[in-house]
Design a protein around this ligand. Structure first.
Ligand SMILES: [Zn+2]
Ligand SMILES: [Zn+2]
Length: 353
């Protein structure tokens, strides 16, 4: 089968013919129909995240926002069936540890990020193997398009978990979103659907226009103002109730914390770059004085998807609203390179492999 393989960090992925996967006893094989191209792929392609122990090595198939149809299941798979249309959260769990058994599979004790480590080749390929398939494969509702649902493997569900489960967005709360890439625009749409008044912050007017389209009540172009956090505070009657760093660089992280009001919640979704290597200095005194919370949020457990699906079914959420374009597998390196200068919009999705 065809697959896009990492040969050297920062160099175009190599489209190769590789062996098709056979299912492990508890695994399944998915015929890929769609896969989002995410900034996390860009980080892996760049060779980031060695400080997290998940730096992809030569020979790795990247890709972690899959949607497709089950074409084979292992002998010990109990519920998943051939022919079912599924997505797969990137935060693969073993399905058996305490975290997985208590509904927190996104923080599995043996977590493996899809497409980042050798034991779980990613989804930039014609077929994808899903380990512990009864646990990790999420059956999609009838009649949805795989392209529209690709973001449910990573960015869309990451934002949903961050805002609906980790932070507590209530009706009328001011919610600031710092960084309007795929995860940030998903967050704008979701925070709006949860009843928040959204303030979108980015450097590009085009992305802020898209944020407005997705329900933002106000926008701040951080390149036009001296202090973006103060701008957010001025709009939000003294500060946001919830603020998300949807990028992961030092500036957006700190701006997000500084844009909160008293007892505000900062939720960190973006993982950092080689500049920070996971370490960012924060205004701790101000956080004490304002009783500010700093919350980490990672993906979403596969057991939580029904909440999103109910909101999709009644039209409150529309994951397709963040999908910007479809491209063939051969164009994946071009899209990754465009992320160097933040030139992609929303979620680009591969729809032919
Ligand atoms: Zn587990
Ligand atoms: Zn991702």
């Amino acid at each position: 089968m065809r697959a896009a393989v990492l040969e050297e960090h920062g160099e175009p992925l190599d489209i190769q013919d590789v062996d098709t996967p056979d299912p492990e006893p508890t695994g399944a094989v998915i015929e890929m129909e769609a896969c989002g191209i995410c900034r996390s792929d860009w980080h892996g392609w760049q060779g980031d995240w060695d400080w997290l122990g998940i730096q992809p090595q030569e020979g790795q198939i990247l890709g972690h926002e899959p949607a497709g149809t089950v074409v084979a299941v292992g002998d010990e798979v109990e519920t998943l069936q051939e022919g079912q249309q599924v997505t797969v959260p990137f935060n693969l769990g073993d399905g058996t540890c305490k975290q997985c058994r208590t509904g927190h599979g996104n923080t599995c004790e043996n977590i493996r990020p899809l497409g980042f480590v050798e034991s779980v080749p990613g989804a930039f390929a014609e077929q994808l193997h899903v380990p512990a398939a009864d646990h990790n494969a999420v059956v999609l509702p009838d009649g949805v398009s795989s392209v529209d649902m690709a973001g449910l493997g990573c960015r869309f569900m990451t934002s949903f978990h961050a805002l609906a489960h980790r932070a507590d967005v209530g009706g009328g709360d001011w919610v600031a979103v710092h960084g309007c890439g795929g995860v940030g625009l998903s967050a704008v749409h979701i925070a709006n659907a949860l009843g928040g008044n959204v303030i979108a912050v980015d450097l590009q007017d085009e992305k802020l226009d898209k944020a407005t389209e997705l329900g933002a009540s106000a926008t701040v172009n951080a390149s036009d103002v001296e202090n973006p956090a103060n701008e957010v505070k001025a709009i939000a009657d003294g500060g946001a109730a919830v603020s998300m760093d949807a990028l992961g660089i030092e500036t957006t992280c700190r701006n997000s914390v500084l844009s909160l009001g008293t007892r505000g919640q900062h939720v960190q979704v973006g993982l950092s770059t080689q500049d920070e290597r996971g370490m960012v200095s924060l205004p701790t005194d101000a956080m004490v004085m304002g009783e500010i919370e700093f919350i980490g949020s990672l993906g979403m457990a596969p057991t939580n998807y029904d909440e999103i699906f109910r909101m999709v079914a009644d039209g409150t959420l529309d994951p397709s609203a963040v999908v910007s374009e479809t491209v063939p597998l051969d164009d994946v390196s071009e899209k990754l390179a465009a992320m160097d200068d933040f030139e992609t919009m929303g979620i680009p999705v591969i729809d032919s492999f």
